[in-house]
Design a protein around this ligand. Structure first.
Ligand SMILES: Cc1cc2nc3c(=O)[nH]c(=O)nc-3n(C[C@H](O)[C@H](O)[C@H](O)COP(=O)(O)O)c2cc1C
Length: 321
């Protein structure tokens, strides 16, 4: 027979085990150090069981294919959501918008084993799905209906890969960002670090024509310096630049430059180490972004179209050298 104290010990141990199990259910591996420094979005994953729909928060959600649209979510196996998706082979991805901090806190702070989250008053707005049986959540920036196509254990989580059967987005919303355990909004944009260069209308149009509407014009060019001068070629009465060309995507920029120089009967020896210059040409409000991949070069033979220019004679050249 158990003495009362022995019974108490057994009871306490049982209770402790139960508590530990529940903690692991809820918290998965609690982030501690480096992982907290990622910035992620937050999604609410909806799933369906015989008891009704469920919702959990997941930060590890990412689109992995454009066509077809495929999204992977990484979920710990103790969650009710994981069990539901295993059974039904479908789930909803509801990417949280900036106003949905209560929704993600509740969906991520409790398990369905503790409370029927979706039924809590005044938190979640349920919307009807079109292609799956699992409901979706209103007020999100993206709602996607997914069919499970792959499941794989990766470390201490499972990757659940969903083919998107239906997806919609709300242009008027902005996403909720998660970083170091806190919520953020996209309140400011960061301007890319490009050197601004004021140029004449002719020069801007010269590059704009080449860009033909491209956001960034990618050029490859050669820098040949001699004393404080740089070698340029003349394109027209008013346009002189370093020798450069616009390589097609996917091929070696240096090889293309060498071919271009050879074709233009410009005989150079070209370095192997690339230099990157990212600039933005401006004339009033009109702009063109340009990336120059540059190689230092030496001239082997003098040819008819080349000229030498001082660095400070030309705005573009002064930032390229
Ligand atoms: C901000 C936040 C992000 C989370 N991200 C994930 C995640 O990416 N993957 C995961 O398995 N659990 C994640 N969780 C934990 C689950 O949301 C939590 O375990 C939830 O209680 C599971 O609910 P369920 O048991 O009802 O499915 C996150 C929680 C929070 C608060």
């Amino acid at each position: 027979m158990h003495s009362p104290s022995c019974f108490h010990k057994v009871f306490c141990k049982k209770e402790q085990l139960l508590e530990e199990k529940q903690v692991s259910k809820l918290s998965r591996k609690i982030p501690t150090k480096a992982e907290r420094y990622f910035a992620t979005g937050l999604s609410m994953i909806t799933s369906q069981s015989q008891k009704g729909p469920n919702i959990m928060t997941a930060e590890w959600v990412i689109q992995v294919s454009y066509n077809p649209i495929i999204i992977a979510v990484f979920i710990h196996k103790e969650s009710e959501t994981f069990k539901n998706i295993q059974k039904t082979k479908e789930f909803g991805i509801n990417v949280a918008s900036q106003g949905q901090t209560s929704e993600v806190s509740v969906a991520g702070g409790y398990s369905r084993t503790e409370v029927d989250k979706i039924k809590i008053k005044n938190i979640f707005k349920i919307i009807k799905p079109r292609k799956i049986k699992t409901p979706l959540i209103g007020g999100c920036i993206i709602n996607a209906e997914c069919k499970l196509i792959k499941k794989e254990k990766i470390g201490d989580h499972f990757m659940l890969v969903g083919k998107v059967l239906d997806i919609k987005y709300d242009d008027s919303k902005s996403p909720l960002i998660y970083h170091r355990g806190r919520y953020f909004g996209l309140d400011s944009t960061v301007e890319p670090d490009r050197k601004e260069v004021n140029v004449s209308k002719e020069m801007l149009n010269f590059f704009k024509n080449m860009a033909n509407g491209k956001f960034v014009l990618k050029c490859v060019g050669v820098l040949v310096k001699s004393k404080n001068k740089i070698l340029v070629i003349r394109w027209s009465e008013s346009i002189e630049t370093i020798p450069f060309s616009i390589p097609p995507a996917g091929i070696s920029q240096r090889d293309y430059l060498i071919k271009y120089l050879n074709q233009s009967k410009l005989d150079f020896q070209v370095d192997v180490e690339p230099i990157m210059k990212r600039i933005i040409l401006k004339n009033g409000k009109d702009i063109q972004r340009i990336n120059f991949v540059l190689y230092k070069g030496k001239i082997k033979k003098s040819t008819y179209r080349i000229l030498w220019k001082s660095y400070n004679e030309d705005n573009i050249i002064s930032v390229l050298v």
